[in-house]
Unconditional design. Structure first.
Length: 226
């Protein structure tokens, strides 16, 4: 049997299994997602915490700190790239002037459009030519409500179909001649009275969504003889 024929056989078995399913209420659940605040990209450098103000993402902004031999103490602009998101900074002359401190560096970074820095110390001199890449930035994520879908199948005898939300049962009586559409409509009309959720139906399933994004609801189903 080749791969195509095997695929056809498997699909036919799947469809026949679905067509023969009875006396069930299938469940599909998408859980709530809590709100997540924005996180700015950041990096540690010479005891400073440097943070991106605007652009976010996995890579964040890039900030180059370079000692280029400024004519005086302190730190100042040297050159920029890509709309200020890459920033070279010149800090204090190495050989002929006192070295700049991390306080000088922090003060300058805090004047930049895309970056900020925690306070530095005037007692900590800059003795290296570091290069830092800011990372860990994440965009904010809005809270998403729980969505639970109930899909009943036909009954083959007289049955009681029950959906339970937050420990409250909603019941309908069915038999072998009850269409799925009628089962769905009957259950939806009862379940929708729960004030914690909003439930709709499309003739084949019931879609229940939490009214509060950060609040989950419990759910269960059962099918019993009557």
């Amino acid at each position: 049997m080749n791969i195509f024929n095997r695929f056809i056989v498997n699909m036919m078995l799947l469809l026949s299994t679905q067509a023969l399913a009875t006396n069930t209420i299938d469940i599909s659940n998408t859980p709530t997602v809590p709100e997540q605040p924005r996180v700015n990209a950041s990096a540690q450098l010479l005891g400073l915490t440097i943070t991106a103000k605007k652009r976010l993402g996995a890579s964040g902004n890039i900030l180059y700190i370079s000692i280029h031999g400024a004519a005086t103490n302190g730190c100042k602009f040297y050159q920029k790239h890509f709309n200020n998101t890459y920033q070279d900074i010149a800090c204090g002359q190495r050989l002929f002037y006192s070295r700049s401190s991390t306080a000088d560096l922090a003060n300058y970074i805090n004047t930049l459009e895309f970056f900020s820095s925690s306070p530095g110390s005037s007692a900590v001199n800059i003795n290296t030519e570091p290069e830092v890449t800011l990372s860990g930035g994440k965009d904010a994520v809005s809270a998403k409500a729980q969505v639970t879908i109930f899909t009943p199948t036909s009954a083959n005898t007289a049955k009681t179909y029950t959906i339970t939300i937050n420990n409250i049962p909603y019941v309908t009586q069915v038999n072998a001649s009850t269409p799925i559409k009628a089962i769905v409509e009957a259950l939806q009309a009862k379940v929708t009275t729960n004030t914690a959720i909003t439930c709709t139906e499309d003739g084949s399933k019931i879609i229940c969504t939490a009214n509060t994004a950060n609040t989950a609801f419990t759910y269960a189903t059962s099918v019993a003889d009557r």
